[in-house]
Design a protein around this ligand. Structure first.
Ligand code: GDP
Length: 432
């Protein structure tokens, strides 16, 4: 989906605008300033067009951190969106921070909509007009809280929003798109440098504009791969606060562009909540997954024992993901990334013919019928694979299947067809 990112200083009303666009009050919970929120991407729809809204307002710095953090938002938005909405508080007017952001935004090839928020009635429109000064073109007066002007804004945005995300245009055909993910310091840029350094960097200015290249195409194992958002990996944003939030933001938005994610895990450190959260973002996005255990050159026997146990404990829900043990520093086993990526993508693309799938269901239910519930037994009447990328199955049933039974179906699917490296969805349609 095309991506619309919302950028602006704290308190200008970014979350209110996101809520307004989503049309659901509960979509973005009101946060206490400074509190981290994991969700940053929301699916939105307007006039039958669907797009993703990236909300950069999940972390509001205190006054000290504002400049760095607003600049970080803007950079991420520039790299990853098709359209940027820049929100300014019309009642406050443009501040020095706003002017800095404008400088960043003007470098982008992306369309930018300048939104003058908190214009609750027509008498306040002159305040909005004052924002022409920013040099971003016409200010769009809105009241995110009351909804005033938001419909017009969305109509205008849809006119310039591509049908398919510019970044996902080569969804069918073209090099496969890989996101390298992981918490800070796991070795993402080392991995990138090692692969790009030893192999040929094929094209460097994909974006074709004056700004930095956002993605890089790298030849690995005789094939060209598109590593997405390498600009974000190479360009480090140093933040004393909110670093986790911006790491999440970057992870989610990079996933929008990718087909498969390589999640790096540092074997010299305990597997952390943040590692697990990044993996969960991959699962939520429905992308294929490869786990790369990095810094293997520094793994001693003692740590190794604990590592195995941690993997079993914390990563059992992704036991289906291919694993490679690498060292980005020495180059150890980097070549094993390629078959792992290929296997994961093959599973992600896989389609099971309906006949075969129903034969599988017949066998499965015969061997292990659904347990009786209230004297009745939900039956699976028929099933089909509704989608791939990731494989998504629909079961037509006579009642809701227990979660345990659904897990059993997924387990059997993996036993029979592998699906190594891809999440699987199993949905139900109950016919009463
Ligand atoms: P990023 O924040 O994920 O991009 O991490 P970097 O690539 O900047 O790496 C963070 C630190 O870990 C740097 O000091 C690297 O030299 C080091 N590092 C990265 N990969 C390895 C590795 O495989 N082995 C060892 N021993 N150190 C590594």
């Amino acid at each position: 989906l095309p991506v619309v990112a919302i950028v602006g200083r704290p308190n200008v009303g970014k979350s209110a605008l996101v809520n307004r666009i989503l049309g659901r009050r509960e979509a973005v919970v009101e946060d206490t300033p400074g509190v981290t929120r994991d969700r940053v991407n929301y699916k939105a729809e307007w006039n039958d067009r669907r797009f993703t809204v990236v909300d950069t307002g999940g972390w509001e710095p205190d006054a000290k951190g504002i400049d760095a953090s607003v600049a970080a938002q803007a950079e991420i938005a520039i790299d990853l969106s098709d359209v940027v909405i820049f929100v300014v508080d019309a009642m406050v007017g443009a501040t020095a921070t706003d002017e800095q952001v404008v400088k960043l935004l003007r470098k982008t090839g992306r369309p930018v909509f300048l939104v003058a928020n908190k214009v609750d009635d027509a008498r306040q429109e002159p305040e909005a007009a004052a924002l022409w000064n920013l040099g971003l073109g016409e200010p769009h007066p809105v009241s995110a809280i009351h909804g005033r002007g938001v419909a017009d804004l969305l109509d205008k945005i849809l006119k310039v929003l591509p049908q398919v995300s510019a970044v996902a245009k080569d969804e069918f055909g073209g090099p496969r798109r890989v996101a390298i993910l992981g918490r800070p310091n796991v070795g993402k840029s080392s991995l990138l440098n090692k692969t790009a350094g030893e192999e040929r960097v094929v094209v460097n200015d994909l974006a074709g504009t004056t700004r930095d290249p956002v993605d890089e195409q790298i030849e690995l194992g005789g094939k060209i791969w598109r590593f997405v958002d390498t600009a974000g990996i190479r360009r480090r944003v140093h933040l004393s606060q909110g670093a986790d939030f911006y790491a999440s933001l970057r992870t989610s938005t990079a996933l929008e562009k990718a087909e498969v994610a390589v999640v790096l895990i540092d074997v010299t450190e305990v597997i952390s909540e943040q590692d697990v959260r990044i993996i969960d973002l991959v699962l939520e996005s429905g992308r294929a997954l490869v786990l790369a255990f990095n810094k293997w050159d520094q793994l001693d026997d003692e740590r190794r024992k604990y590592l195995e146990r941690e993997i079993e404990q914390d990563l059992s829900h992704v036991s289906w993901a291919p694993r490679v043990n690498i060292s980005a520093r020495t180059g150890r086993h980097l070549e094993r990334l390629v078959p792992a990526l290929e296997v994961a993508l093959e599973s992600w693309d896989m389609r099971i013919p309906t006949g075969k799938f129903n034969a599988f269901l017949a066998e499965l239910t015969a061997a292990h019928p659904h347990p009786l519930r209230g004297g009745k037994q939900p039956r699976i009447l028929f099933g089909t694979q509704a989608a791939s990328r990731p494989p998504t199955f629909v079961l037509f049933t006579t009642g809701f299947l227990d979660p345990g039974y659904r897990r059993y179906v997924i387990r059997r699917l993996r036993e029979i067809w592998g699906f190594e490296g891809t999440p699987i969805n199993v949905n139900m349609r109950v016919r009463e």
